[in-house]
Write a protein that binds this ligand. Structure first.
Ligand code: PGA
Length: 259
């Protein structure tokens, strides 16, 4: 089992440190003009995207890389139109593509069309998975972790071999995401998500978690064994995973091991 690289930083430095690291890693993959970035959404990512945008404005190589990259979103709610401010398409355009000047055609998200169309091959991969294969796979996958250990919307119980698909959200996920909606009854019950198999095929993964509410899931992910009860723990089987935590998110880790 490969070791995850772990950085524990103060909350105030979290977004800048993680964003700086992501920007550096983007040049590890050779041809930065056709970079493939797997993107995550949610509160944790906002600060990291803002760091990337700020750096891209000062560094023309990074700016070019981010303007020409292919973006593949990890997930999207079922039933929200792209112009709905709670949709992940809207989030990505607002926080990353528009400020960078990246054409919106560079962004793909799992959708009814790309996920529910019949599987393309005997292995069950979806059109969305094939689109990722066709551009050579994801170079760097950004990820968060749910309070229940979900990875994208691969909720507990998800299989390591899963491809992109339509899933039901766990009650705790709907509760956690209700803060983004004016009314908790507006939180969609279902989503399209990238599967674990595709995430594990990314060349590198950077997972970020902040806040006390993530501490239990983070402890389970890092100190347990890979398993469906905590889908993010499947990343223990990946050879190039970097985890950024603030002190709160790291607070359940066994003391002394990481200092
Ligand atoms: P958050 O979401 O950044 O809004 O906490 C992360 C996730 O649920 O994966």
């Amino acid at each position: 089992m490969a070791k995850m690289k772990l950085f524990i930083v103060p909350s105030a430095d979290f977004a800048t440190t993680a964003g700086d690291y992501v920007a550096r890693r983007m040049f590890d993959f050779g041809d930065a003009v056709s970079f493939v970035l797997g993107t995550a959404t949610g509160g944790t990512m906002e600060g990291i995207y803002s760091t990337l945008v700020g750096k891209a404005r000062r560094d023309s190589d990074l700016g070019l890389c981010l303007r020409t990259a292919h973006y593949f979103g990890m997930d999207e709610y079922v039933g929200l139109e792209p112009d709905n401010p709670q949709s992940y398409e809207f989030f990505m355009k607002k926080h990353l593509l528009a400020p960078l000047g990246t054409p919106t055609r560079n962004l793909k998200l799992p959708s009814e069309k790309t996920v529910l169309a019949s599987p393309l091959a005997e292995d069950g991969r979806s059109v969305y998975d094939q689109m990722i294969f066709d551009v050579g796979g994801i170079d760097l996958q950004l990820a968060g972790i749910g309070e229940n250990g979900h990875l994208a919307f691969n909720e507990p119980g998800s299989m390591r071999t899963s491809w992109a698909r339509r899933v039901e959200l766990a009650p705790g996920t709907k509760e956690a995401n209700a803060r983004f909606f004016s009314n908790s009854s507006e939180v969609p019950c279902e989503a399209y998500t990238m599967g674990i198999q595709t995430i594990l095929r990314a060349k590198s993964v950077v997972l970020c978690a902040s806040g006390k509410k993530k501490a239990r899931a983070v402890q389970r992910m890092i100190e347990g064994r890979p398993g469906s009860d905590c889908p993010a723990s499947f990343l223990l089987d990946h050879g190039d995973v970097t985890v950024f935590l603030d002190w709160d998110a790291a607070s359940d880790l066994r003391s002394g091991l990481y200092t």
